[in-house]
Design a binder for this molecule. Structure first.
Ligand code: HEM
Length: 466
């Protein structure tokens, strides 16, 4: 299932690397749009012609694409290579990649031209959702065809990946129910379904990312028990439960049955706690040699664990219905969203990228780029701390402000938004220091392999000609 650094790449791996490379590019661009957006929000006259309502969806869509592309790339890479299926599934995976790429470019072009028409998070024209549906059917078919071939009982990450794929498809469909007049013509119904679908959608990408974390923990420790333990399956079932019911904390302001909210409050944070505990115990079980041999992915998993606990505290606070009324729609919620997508998801996915590089080129990345990688790691994590603290402060002031005009309130939070924007620059530079070497090596693997194939084909043609 796993390849040694010297093993020849197989075709699934090849597709996995392409997805990862695209994901790294999406993150690098998303960071730039995020920083521009933060300054544009503060200073509306900053760079005429760049509108916040274009920068925000560009930033958010690329950030979400980073998460999906890199998780999908990892899954294709880590799935076993099964000869009887490979020709079909490789073709499907290739189509998956190209449809994703072309649709992604069309969405970016639509944003840049100011062509909207969708709802929050999917603000592009709804027609572009059709190819996205198609790619998830392709990915799901491919995934289950390959995973089914496994003779032994599935480790927990197989369940997580499969569940994440199925639920993404369901919740993505749900997020388009507003196209049906029955939902669209009643504002309350539309908002309830919309927010509910986003809550579950986050749950589905968490399944893909947490599954990746468990896979990495199993590989680094060499202990298959990590992904078969009761606690790991506990995390899976809790995640599934949260996926189905935990969304209600996204809908507090919507007036519906109180028990739904209370129930959601009870279940919604336990999942994060279990993830934090599993990584914590796993770290304690590693030897010094294992930590050293896999130091880059290990560090990212370690960082994600710290952010799990920090976000848990924040999530517990904003899930209390009374407090949620003050924080909903403020920067506190943005701190929660970015705290989890950056601190937890991004750290785990970077661990996955560096694990794959370590697999394919050994310690080459470490030997050649140790200094920028270390600097990037600390700069990104340090900036993230300041970044989130500034967002929280701005959100709390906004949520509790009972003074004069909107203008006065905005003036009182401006210094915090400036700290947020400057810390964002630190975050961007920190991540770029990590992304640039990773992209260089990843593209070396993707394109060198392509050149190998071209060379081999030409050699074959020459031999046939002779
Ligand atoms: C790994 C890096 C990042 C990820 C995954 C990420 C993710 C996200 C997500 C998911 C949102 C939507 C939040 C919501 O609707 O609640 C968002 C919003 C935003 N992000 Fe980021 N982000 C990242 C880095 C940055 C950086 C470096 C900046 C620069 C300051 C930034 C600035 C913003 C801004 C200005 C918004 C809009 C906030 C608003 O509408 O009030 N982000 N980001």
């Amino acid at each position: 299932m796993e390849q040694s650094p010297t093993a020849p790449p197989n075709t699934h791996n090849d597709i996995g690397l392409r997805f990862m490379l695209l994901g790294l590019g999406a993150l690098a661009a998303s960071l730039l749009f995020g920083v521009l957006g933060a300054f544009k929000f503060l200073y509306p006259e900053f760079i005429e012609g760049l509108a916040f309502n274009k920068l925000r969806p560009l930033h958010v869509s690329l950030a979400i694409s980073w998460i999906f592309l890199t998780a999908i790339g990892g899954i294709y890479y880590y799935l076993p290579h099964i000869p009887s299926l490979s020709a079909f599934s490789t073709r499907v995976a290739r189509w998956h990649f190209w449809i994703y790429l072309v649709t992604g470019l069309a969405i970016l072009a639509a944003y840049a031209l100011g062509r909207f028409g969708g709802r929050e998070y999917w603000e592009f024209p709804p027609l572009l959702a059709l190819p996205i549906f198609a790619t998830w059917i392709m990915f799901g078919t491919n995934y289950f065809r390959i995973a089914r071939q496994r003779r032994t009982a599935w480790p927990v990450y197989y369940w997580m990946w499969g569940t994440g794929i199925v639920f993404f498809f369901l919740t993505f469909t749900e997020s388009y129910l507003w196209l049906i007049p029955y939902f669209r013509e009643n504002m309350l119904r539309e908002i309830a379904v919309q927010w509910k679908s986003y809550g579950s959608l986050v749950g589905s990408w968490n399944m893909l990312v947490y599954g990746t974390a468990l896979y990495l923990m199993e590989r680094i420790s060499g202990d298959e028990g990590v992904a078969r333990s009761k606690m790991a399956f506990g995390l899976y079932f809790l995640g599934l439960f949260n996926l189905m019911f935990g969304w209600a904390h996204h809908t507090y302001p919507v007036p519906f049955a109180a028990w739904v909210r209370d129930f959601a409050y009870l279940v919604s944070m336990t999942e994060l706690f279990l993830l934090g505990k599993i990584i914590w115990d796993w770290r304690a079980s590693l030897t010094a040699l294992q930590k050293f041999q896999h130091r880059r992915p290990y560090r990212f998993l370690f960082a994600s664990d710290m952010w799990v606990f920090a976000n848990l505290v924040l999530a517990l606070v904003i899930s209390v219905p009374a407090l949620n009324l003050f924080t909903h729609g403020t920067h506190v919620i943005v701190a929660h969203t970015m705290g989890t997508t950056i601190g937890i998801n991004t750290m785990i996915l970077l661990a996955s990228v560096f694990y794959v590089l370590e697999q394919r080129i050994g310690q080459d990345v470490e030997i050649r780029h140790a200094r920028p990688l270390n600097a990037g790691f600390w700069l990104a994590n340090g900036s993230l701390l300041v970044f989130l603290a500034a967002l929280l402060a701005a959100g709390l002031i906004k949520g509790t402000y009972d003074g004069g005009s909107f203008q006065e309130m905005m003036e009182s939070i401006e210094p915090f938004l400036l700290v947020f924007a400057v810390a964002g620059v630190g975050l961007m530079i920190g991540f770029w220091l990590l992304l640039i070497p990773a992209m260089g090596h990843m593209s070396g693997l993707v394109f060198a392999r392509r050149y190998d194939r071209i060379g081999a084909r030409q050699a074959g043609e020459r031999a046939a000609g002779d």
